[in-house]
Design a protein around this ligand. Structure first.
Ligand SMILES: [Zn+2]
Length: 452
């Protein structure tokens, strides 16, 4: 009875919010869970679930996996709205169920926040779990990386029947295999990707504390690591990017080995780090039974989503939006900016609301200095957001001429500057800075809001 009441309340609340022009899933889910605390486990009975967690790349990996499943003829749903905590996930399961709580689709791709992973895994009994990577995120939200890792480990313990897809190149993530060796599928990149090597998130062996040695680096602390003392080292991945071809602003080409079979892969998303997301998605899709060749083919037809390398074209201006939230993700966005040539407008929007992380000191750990190395694009700099002054100071210390940095405090000014810039514009916003900006740009392009 409570179960049915919870479903009805959740559906009605969501409908009401939609009629008000809002897309929230948190409140309806929260109300439903209050009425019926075990409803997520009841709603997911009979649904095969893939849960994706990790610090960076969750959303893109989910979009890739969803596309692979759809292209293979599977009828699946996903929590696309961006709410990846238990309450948002619950609301999405309610939307996928009829009024009696019976699922309409038998397969789900669920993005899950690291902090919610333990509970969500306990409720969903997933068939596949993916851990993309573990980086230092906003310290005020999660504490140290080892704490995040511990939370993910507890979640995997609860997902006793899941195939676990782990990043072989991340010494932190790969260490999770020690608890579930017989059901692990590794993915990774066998070659350097030209990203910045910064091992500060995980310099020392997680098992014995000795300093890692590296055969090669891909991004940050990811790469061919080994511990000289205890022998803990990178495992040969089941799904591996074996060589990297062209990396352009439209996408990347690579050769991928899946369980011993080689494929030429085109990934329709720019940024070399999307090869990691592609490998993660391939490993999960093939674990769910998608044919290898079909999964590979899906990657060529990807569209970016909701602030992750999302593109807008307005007049003669090409705008790319790259959500940033921590040093590692920001370094990847900087890699992307460095890959551009000619003149380019770079916009940094820094907010410090709860959803952004209230401590913005992480900007000092990202390598903005590299933007001013010789040989890159000629950048016109704009800073905005509630912490625009912190951002301006950071760029000044990174090597920018202070007089060259425009500070735009109002949303209208910023929008005007961005849309009239001409040429290439790259915006790096934190989460709450992204939301209004993205909505305004999407409206100008006639693109729908994500919940419609
Ligand atoms: Zn060691």
């Amino acid at each position: 009875m409570r179960f049915l009441l919870a479903i009805i309340c959740c559906k009605l609340l969501r409908l009401a919010l939609r009629l008000l022009g809002r897309g929230g899933t948190a409140l309806p889910g929260q109300v439903a869970l209050r009425i019926c605390p075990d409803m997520l486990s009841r709603l997911s009975r009979g649904v095969r679930v893939a849960v994706v967690t990790g610090t960076n790349g969750k959303t893109t990996t989910c979009r890739m996996l969803e596309k692979m499943l759809r292209d293979a003829g599977e009828d699946c749903f996903a929590n696309r709205s961006g709410s990846n905590l238990e309450r948002g996930i619950t609301a999405d399961f309610v939307s996928n169920a009829d009024i009696f709580g019976r699922p309409r689709r038998r397969l789900a791709v669920i993005e899950c926040d690291e902090a919610a992973f333990r509970r969500v895994c306990g409720e969903l009994a997933p068939a596949v779990c993916v851990v993309t990577n573990v980086f230092r995120d906003q310290l005020d939200r999660y504490g140290e990386v080892t704490h995040t890792l511990g939370a993910i480990r507890e979640g995997l313990d609860r997902a006793a029947h899941a195939t676990v897809c782990l990043n072989a190149d991340c010494s932190l993530t790969a260490s999770l295999a020690a608890d579930a060796p017989d059901r692990v599928r590794f993915f990774g990149v066998d070659a350097p990707l030209g990203g910045a090597a910064a091992v500060s998130d995980a310099p020392r062996c997680i098992f014995c504390g000795a300093q890692y040695e590296y055969d090669y680096h891909t991004f940050a602390h990811l790469g061919g690591f080994r511990c000289p003392k205890c022998g803990y080292s990178r495992t040969e991945p089941d799904v591996a990017v074996v060589s990297v071809g062209a990396l352009t602003s439209e996408g990347s080409a690579a050769e991928v080995r899946i369980d011993g079979e080689l494929f030429d892969v085109a990934v329709g998303l720019p940024g070399g780090y999307n090869l990691y997301n592609a490998a993660a998605a391939l490993s999960a899709a093939t674990a769910l039974g998608v044919e290898r060749r079909s999964a590979v083919r899906s990657l060529a037809h990807m569209e970016s989503g909701f602030g992750r390398m999302e593109r807008f074209e307005i007049g003669g201006t090409r705008i790319t939006m790259v959500l940033v939230k921590n040093p590692a993700g920001c370094d990847r966005a900087i890699d992307y900016l460095r890959s551009l040539s000619g003149e380019c407008t770079a916009v940094f929007c820094l907010n410090d609301n709860a959803a952004d992380g209230t401590d913005v000191s992480w900007i000092w750990d990202a390598g903005f200095e590299r933007l001013f190395d010789a040989g890159g694009a000629e950048l016109r700099l704009i800073v905005s957001g509630e912490r625009a002054d912190d951002m301006r100071l950071r760029l000044k210390y990174a090597g920018a001429d202070e007089g060259d940095i425009r500070v735009l405090r109002s949303q209208d000014e910023l929008l005007e500057a961005v849309t009239s810039a001409g040429g290439e514009v790259c915006i790096l916003p934190t989460y709450t800075a992204m939301l209004p900006l993205r909505a305004a740009l999407a409206a100008r392009c006639g693109r729908k809001e994500f919940w419609k």
